[in-house]
Design a protein around this ligand. Structure first.
Ligand code: B3K
Ligand code: ZN
Length: 906
C-alpha cells in the first residue's frame, strides 16, 4: 500500500498519558497498557479510536474499568478499531508478545541473554496497541517485573521512581519520563550488564548521571564511548547553546541491532560496533565512528526528541539536521587544539570523507529506482526511507542554509526553531520558516522560497560552468546553468521541475599557484559566493587573470555535479596549490577518476592493454610527480595527505560510465596504482619504515588523536599500494607490521594489504588464521575478519558459501550478515560480478532467505541491484532474472517488495 505525504490528517484523539506494565519473559511477555484518552475539541463524539498493533495477541480490553465489546480487530491491517467511546475515558488493554521469536529486531526482542526494544519508526505496535505515529505524544510511566537472576537490571526512559522485591521472588521497577514523547522514542532494556558511570555538571550547574551499560566483561571497552559522550555534551553546550535536559542519560549496548543506534529519550540503545573499543580491537575509523554516533544520538535529544517529526515524511527534519550537527562535531573535534592552518585542513578531512560517502551512496540513489526528495512524497514501507538521501543529502541541505546564512544567523534560526516548536511534532517547512525568519531579521530582502525546493525535488542537479573573457582587463563572464531531469517516481508524476537555489563558492589561482583576489558585485576576496537560483545566470568577475585556473564549488558548497572542462594543466595546478583543502582534493579525484575511466575503457575483456596512449601516460606521470610532492610535504596533515592520494570509490567511478563495468573498474584501479606508485616506491617504503622505526605500530601507549590516526592511515595506504604493486619489500613490511602490531589499525591495515598482494600464499593465509585464533572471542573483530575475506579479490561465490558454513557465521546477527553478505555483494566486484552471474543468483537466495526473518536488513541487501539497468546488456539480463526471482516470491515482506518492485519497474 502506498502512503502519500499529502494524505496526512491529525489524529482525532489526545493520549496524554500511558502506563505500561510488563511481565517480562522471553517466550511470552504480558503487557498491560492503560491509556488516558481524550477526544480533541473538533472530533465528533463517537468517532472511532484506531490503534496500531502487529504480531501481538489481544487478551482483553476495558473502558473506565468495564469490559468493552464495541471494537473490531483487523489483523491484516494491524488495526484495533474501538467505537462508541465517551469523549474522555481510560482505556486498558492486555496483550502479549513473544520476544524470542522476534528475529526482525523491531519491537521487543532477545539479544544474547537480554531483552531490548527498537521502536522507530513503527515498532511500538509490536509491543502494545497504540497510536503508533510521531505526532501523538504522551507521558510514559513504565512498570517492569522480571526474574532478578536473569534480568537484574531493568531500564526504561526517564527516572527510576520505585523499585521493590515482589512476593513471588521477582523484582519490579517503575520508571517515569517527565517529557512528553511519541511512541517511537519508548525503550526498555532488561538484562545483566557492566555499568560505567560518571556524574557531570551541565553548564548551568545541574548534576547529571551518565551511564553506559554493556555485556559483562566489556567494561574496559566503554571508556572511549564515555569520553565521547562527555565531549558531545560539552560541544552541544558551546556550539549550539543546548544543555542536557535530563537527570540521567543512559546508553545500552546490544550485540544484535539493525542500525547504528537509537536515540530513545534518556535511554539510547547502541549497536555494539558503535560503543565498544580499545586500541587492540578497534581501528581508528571505529574510534571516529563511535564518537560520531554517540554525538549523533546525543544531539537528537534536542533535534528529534524535544522537537520531533509530525509524520515520517518529515524524517529529514531530525535526521538531516542531526547528521549536520554530528559532522560539525567531528570536524571541530579533529581541529581542536591545532593552529588555524592545520585546523582548516583537519576539518577538511571530515568534509572530504562526507562528500566521498555522499557520492558513493547518495548520488547513485538519486539516479536510481529508489530516488526520492529528502522529504519523500510517498512510500510503501517507511523503514526503506532511512536512506542516504534523507540523512546525508538532508545534511547537505542544512549545510547549504548554513553557508547562505552564516554561523551566527544560522544559530539565531536554531533559537527561533526551538522558541517556536519546543515540545511539538513539526514539519520541514517549519524548520525552513524559522531559518528564514532569522535571515530576514538581518537581511529583510532574502528568503528561502526557491531554496525550499530541495525538500520537494529529487535528483542530483548538474551545474554547467562556462567562462568567457570580456573586453575589460582581467574580467570574465561566468555562466552557471543547472539541470535536473525527473528521476525515480518523479518520472511517472508528470511534474515540471523548478530550478534549485545553489550556493557556489569559487576562487582562482594563477600560474604561480597564488590565489587571486576577485571582485563580483559587492563581494571582494579570494573566495566568492555565487547563488544560482534560476536555470541559467551570468556574473562579471574582475581580477581573473589570463592564466587563472578556476576553483569551483569550494568546500563542496552544494550537492551537485559540476560540468566543466578544465585543461589538464589547470587540474594539476589545483592539485598542487589550491589553498582550499577540499578543492585541492577534488582536483586529484578528477585526475584519478579520468585516469581510471580511461584505463577501464581501454581494457579489452578484462585484459589490460600494455600500450597506453601517450596523453594518458603523460597525465599519470604528472600525477605521480604531484603525488611525490605531496608525499614529501610534511607541512600537510597526514590524514589530509592520505585523502589526496586515495582512489575514488568504485561506486563513484561506475556512475560516471555510460555502461557500468565493475570488473573493468576494479582492474583499472589496480592498474593505475601500479603505474602511479612505481616511481613512488622508495618514498612509500620510507614512510612505512620510518613509522616502524618509531614504533608507531607497536606502541604500548596508544595515541587516539586525529593526528596520530592520520599517520597510521598514511602508512596503511603506503603498504596497500606497495602490495598492490606486487612489491616483495612491501609484502615483507606488511608481514612485519602484522606481526608486531600493537593496535588494530596497524594489524588490519597490514592484513588488508596482504590480501591485495598478487601472491596469495601461505604467509598470507597464516596471518589470516592467526588473526581469527587471536580474536575469536571478540564478535566485533570477527566481523572484521569476515568482511576482509568477503571483500577479498580471491573470494568467489563458492568461497562466500563456505564462509557461511563457518561456525562463527550467524544469520540472525545483522553485523555478521553485513560483514559477510553485504561485503561480498556490495564490495567485492571481482567475486560478485563474476561473468557467469553466480553472484546475482547467490544474492537472490540470500535476500529471499533473510526476508523471512529480518525484512529491514533484507531490503537493504536487495538494494545492491538498484542499478541493474546501467550495466552492460548481458549483465543486465542476469541481474534482471535474479531480481525477478525475488519478486516472484509470494510471501515477500512489504520492505523487500517495494525495493525489488521499484527496481524492476522504474
Ligand atoms: N533514529 C534511528 C533510526 C532507527 C530506524 C530503524 N529502522 C537512528 C538515528 O538516525 O539516529
Ligand atoms: Zn539520527
Amino acid at each position: 500500500m502506498t502512503i502519500q505525504r499529502t494524505d496526512y490528517t491529525p489524529y482525532p484523539y489526545e493520549l496524554p498519558a500511558i502506563h505500561l506494565e510488563f511481565d517480562l519473559d522471553p517466550k511470552c511477555t504480558l503487557v498491560h497498557t492503560k491509556i488516558d484518552v481524550k477526544a480533541k475539541a473538533d472530533t465528533m463524539t463517537g468517532e472511532a479510536l484506531i490503534l496500531d498493533g502487529e504480531a501481538i495477541d489481544l487478551r482483553g480490553l476495558r473502558i473506565d474499568g468495564q469490559s468493552w465489546d464495541h471494537y473490531e480487530l483487523d489483523k491484516d491491517l494491524g488495526k484495533l478499531i474501538i467505537r462508541s467511546l465517551p469523549r474522555a475515558c481510560t482505556l486498558e488493554i492486555d496483550s502479549s508478545c513473544n520476544p524470542s521469536s522476534n528475529d526482525a529486531l523491531m519491537g521487543l526482542y532477545v539479544s544474547g541473554k537480554s531483552l531490548f526494544t527498537q521502536c522507530e519508526p513503527e515498532g511500538f505496535r509490536r509491543i502494545s496497541w497504540f497510536a503508533d505515529r510521531p505526532d501523538v505524544m504522551s507521558r510514559f510511566q513504565v512498570t517492569l517485573r522480571a526474574d532478578p537472576d536473569v534480568y537484574p537490571i531493568l531500564l526504561s526512559n526517564g527516572n527510576r521512581i520505585h523499585a521493590e522485591q515482589l512476593p513471588d521472588g521477582r523484582q519490579s521497577c517503575v520508571w517515569e519520563d517527565p517529557f512528553l514523547k511519541p511512541s517511537y522514542l519508548f525503550a526498555l532494556v532488561a538484562g545483566q550488564f557492566d555499568c560505567r558511570e560518571q556524574t557531570v555538571r551541565t553548564r548551568s550547574g545541574r548534576e547529571v548521571l551518565l551511564q553506559i551499560y554493556s555485556d559483562p566483561g566489556t567494561f574496559d571497552r566503554t571508556l572511549w564511548a564515555m569520553e565521547s559522550l562527555i565531549r558531545a555534551l560539552r560541544w552541544d553546550e558551546s556550539r549550539f547553546d543546548l544543555e542536557l535536559d535530563l537527570d540521567r542519560f543512559m546508553i545500552v549496548v546490544a550485540a544484535d541491532f539493525n542500525m547504528g543506534a537509537m536515540e530513545n529519550k534518556g535511554l539510547n540503545v547502541f549497536n555494539a560496533a558503535y560503543v565498544l573499543a580499545d586500541p587492540e580491537t578497534a581501528t581508528d575509523s571505529n574510534f571516529e565512528g563511535i564518537e560520531a554516533v554517540i554525538g549523533h544520538e546525543y544531539f537528537h535529544n534536542w533535534t528529534g526528541n524535544r522537537v520531533t517529526c509530525r509524520d515520517w515524511f518529515q524524517l529529514s527534519l531530525k535526521e538531516g539536521l542531526t547528521v549536520f550537527r554530528d559532522q560539525e562535531f567531528t570536524a571541530d573535534m579533529k581541529a581542536e587544539g591545532l593552529d588555524p592552518a592545520r585546523a582548516a585542513s583537519a576539518r577538511s578531512v571530515k568534509r572530504i570523507d562526507d562528500v566521498a560517502m555522499l557520492r558513493a551512496a547518495q548520488f547513485p540513489e538519486d539516479a536510481g529506482p529508489m530516488a526520492h526528495p529528502i522529504r519523500p512524497q510517498s512510500y510503501e514501507e517507511i523503514s526503506n526511507f532511512y536512506t542516504a538521501t534523507v540523512y546525508e543529502k538532508g545534511a547537505e541541505v542544512i549545510r547549504m542554509m548554513h553557508t547562505l546564512l552564516g554561523e551566527e544567523i544560522f544559530q539565531l534560526g536554531m533559537k527561533e526553531y526551538f522558541r517556536r516548536h519546543d515540545g511539538q511534532a513539526v514539519t520541514c517547512d517549519d524548520f525552513v520558516d524559522a531559518m528564514q525568519h532569522a535571515w530576514q531579521t538581518r537581511h529583510p530582502e532574502r528568503d528561502l522560497t526557491v531554496f525550499a525546493r530541495w525538500y520537494s525535488q529529487a535528483g542530483t542537479p548538474s551545474v554547467k560552468v562556462t567562462t568567457e573573457r570580456t573586453s575589460e582587463h582581467d574580467q570574465i563572464r561566468l555562466t552557471l546553468s543547472q539541470q535536473c531531469p525527473p528521476v525515480g517516481v518523479e518520472r511517472n508524476a508528470n511534474i515540471e521541475k523548478q530550478p534549485f537555489h545553489i550556493p557556489v563558492l569559487l576562487g582562482a589561482i594563477n600560474q604561480q599557484g597564488e590565489s587571486l583576489t576577485l571582485q563580483c558585485d559587492e563581494q571582494h576576496g579570494q573566495t566568492l559566493l555565487l547563488e544560482l537560483t534560476r536555470q541559467s545566470q551570468s556574473w562579471l568577475i574582475n581580477g581573473w587573470t589570463q592564466d587563472a585556473a578556476g576553483s569551483f564549488l569550494r568546500d563542496f558548497s552544494a550537492p551537485v555535479r559540476l560540468e566543466i572542462s578544465q585543461p589538464q594543466e589547470a587540474l594539476h595546478r589545483l592539485a598542487r596549490h589550491d589553498p582550499n583543502a577540499f578543492a585541492r582534493w577534488e582536483a586529484t579525484q578528477i585526475l584519478l577518476s579520468n585516469a581510471v575511466l580511461k584505463l577501464a575503457e581501454l581494457a579489452d575483456d578484462g585484459q589490460a592493454r600494455t600500450d597506453l596512449p601517450e596523453s594518458l601516460t603523460t597525465s599519470i606521470h604528472t600525477l605521480s610527480d604531484t603525488f611525490s610532492l605531496i608525499l614529501q610535504d610534511t607541512t600537510l596533515d597526514d590524514a589530509y595527505r592520505t585523502r589526496l592520494l586515495e582512489m575514488p570509490s568504485d561506486k563513484y567511478l561506475l556512475h560516471q560510465m555510460d555502461q557500468m563495468d565493475p570488473l573493468a573498474v576494479a582492474q583499472a584501479k589496480n592498474r593505475l596504482v601500479q603505474i602511479l606508485a612505481r616511481p613512488l616506491e622508495t618514498a612509500l617504503v620510507q614512510i612505512v619504515t620510518e613509522a616502524q622505526a618509531d614504533g608507531d605500530d607497536s606502541k604500548d601507549v596508544f595515541d587516539p588523536s586525529a593526528l596520530a590516526a592520520g599517520r597510521r592511515a598514511l602508512v596503511n595506504l603506503a603498504l596497500d599500494w606497495l602490495c598492490q604493486m606486487g612489491s616483495t619489500q612491501g609484502k615483507a613490511l606488511a608481514l612485519a607490521q602484522y606481526d608486531r602490531a600493537g593496535n588494530m589499525t596497524a594489524r588490519l591495515g597490514a592484513l588488508l594489504a596482504l590480501f591485495r598482494h598478487p601472491e596469495h600464499d601461505s604467509a598470507v593465509l597464516d596471518a589470516s588464521e592467526s588473526f581469527y585464533t587471536r580474536f575469536q572471542d571478540n564478535a566485533l573483530v570477527i566481523d572484521k575478519w569476515f568482511a576482509l575475506q568477503a571483500s577479498a579479490p580471491t573470494t568467489d561465490v563458492a568461497k562466500a558459501r563456505s564462509l557461511m558454513q563457518h561456525p562463527a557465521f550467524n544469520r540472525r546477527n545483522p553485523n555478521r550478515v553485513r560483514a559477510l553478505l553485504f561485503q561480498f555483494c556490495a564490495n567485492n566486484p571481482l567475486g560478485f560480478h563474476a561473468a557467469d552471474g553466480s553472484g546475482y543468483q547467490f544474492w537472490a537466495e540470500q535476500v529471499i532467505d533473510l526476508d523471512r526473518s529480518n525484512p529491514e536488513v533484507a531490503a537493504r541487501l536487495a538494494r545492491v541491484l538498484d542499478h541493474w539497468r546501467h550495466h552492460r546488456p548481458v549483465t543486465q539480463d542476469m541481474m534482471q532474472a535474479a531480481l525477478q526471482s525475488v519478486a516472484d516470491q509470494s510471501d515477500l515482506s512489504p520492505n523487500t517488495r517495494e525495493v525489488v518492485g521499484k527496481a524492476l519497474a522504474l
